[in-house]
Design a protein around this ligand. Structure first.
Ligand code: ADE
Length: 366
């Protein structure tokens, strides 16, 4: 397909969508722009099945943009806990403040207006403008790019060309349904590894289908091997059953989340004889709490895959003589308090490790 061919994919696609569309909680009519926006933010880099329970709980806690604007960032991060890419939550909270305080709780209803808000780039602006306000905007997410790449018979996606093809094919006034139809087609039929072309409503217009090997167009990419990093983590416990936690800087990876203190390991192998003296000194420098190497014992490791690296945390438990004064970014918290603050995924797993690795007749505090 080139732009000049102008195959009418909209008609068969919309007919198919009418019958086969996925029922999703953010699609309830009439569309609530706030729900559409939050769904689009959650769906960035995240599967629909993962998002659904988060979305539903979020809407119970923050049913309107005003609720979100008035919530604390800590509560918002807690609700996001486990979804990853936490800058999304921080930006949504910031944008809610702008919408509540400056826009009388109304989201901008154009692509350009939406893009003035924190965390909203061209894709999300086009998605919200089309899905919530029926603006004629093509929203190219990963699924849509794959469908259009195959339709056009391109060996590699070319975003500018795909954007032009989508815009040319968009039925005016029905952009929301058109975009969602392409998303659903990509998610359920025109899948990455095994497209089910027999069920595709636009296969007769599809150049990749015509070749007999559609999966070789826009297929799965080989993932680059990710570097491995090690971290030594200390779970420091006081006699009053509290553990020392530290909050990550507001910006950057896992920004604003709480975790057990630790330092980069010199190796990704726990048996490398890492110097506990060095680790204790570094943790003390960060938390202001003096840590004695002799009090530490190794309980196990947790491996977590980030997008660009794989991290293994070697976990040691140690005891501290009391709830000693700590740095402003750190705090002592018991298990109940820890359950109310936003932890990184691997710190939640460290808590699980502690529960399962300690004999049942021992509490988490020695
Ligand atoms: N992926 C991104 N946006 C989506 C939506 N609105 N529905 C389903 N999947 C999506």
């Amino acid at each position: 397909m080139s732009q000049g061919d102008d195959p009418d994919i909209a008609k068969p696609l919309l007919k198919w969508f009418h019958k086969h569309k996925r029922v999703l909680p953010w699609r309830a009519t009439p569309r609530d722009p706030y729900r559409v926006w939050i769904a689009e933010i959650m769906l960035q880099q995240t599967q629909v099945a993962t998002v659904i329970p988060y979305f539903e709980k979020w809407m119970q806690d923050f049913p309107t943009v005003a609720h979100l604007a008035n919530a604390s960032l800590d509560d918002v991060l807690k609700r996001w806990e486990g979804l990853g890419y936490y800058a999304r939550a921080r930006n949504a909270h910031k944008a809610a403040g702008v919408i509540h305080h400056e826009l009388r709780d109304m989201l901008p209803n154009t692509t350009a207006g939406l893009m003035t808000l924190p965390g909203i780039g061209p894709y999300t602006a086009a998605a919200v403008a089309s899905l919530a306000f029926d603006r004629d905007a093509a929203a190219l997410d990963g699924n849509i790019k794959r469908v259009m790449t195959r339709l056009a018979g391109l060996k590699a996606p070319n975003t500018k060309l795909l954007q032009d093809l989508c815009t040319a094919a968009l039925p005016s006034g029905k952009a929301g349904a058109f975009n969602e139809a392409l998303m659903d087609l990509g998610a359920t039929i025109c899948t990455l590894k095994a497209p089910n072309c027999g069920k595709c409503p636009i296969r007769t217009q599809c150049k990749a289908y015509a070749t007999g090997h559609p999966e070789t167009y826009a297929g799965a990419k080989q993932r680059m091997a990710r570097p491995r990093r090690g971290v030594v983590t200390l779970v420091l416990q006081s006699p009053s059953t509290r553990m020392l936690m530290i909050q990550r800087p507001a910006r950057g990876l896992l920004g604003g989340l709480w975790q057990f203190p630790g330092v980069d390991a010199q190796s990704t192998d726990s048996s490398s004889g890492e110097s506990l003296n060095r680790i204790c000194a570094m943790v003390q420098a960060e938390t202001s709490v003096p840590v004695l190497p002799d009090s530490l014992h190794y309980v196990g490791k947790i491996t977590h895959a980030f997008t660009h690296f794989i991290q293994t945390r070697f976990v040691y438990v140690g005891s501290i003589v009391g709830d000693l004064p700590c740095a402003p970014e750190a705090r002592w918290a018991n298990e109940r308090e820890i359950a109310t603050i936003a932890l990184t995924r691997s710190d939640s797993r460290i808590l699980e490790l502690l529960r399962t690795s300690l004999p049942s007749n021992r509490t988490m505090v020695e």
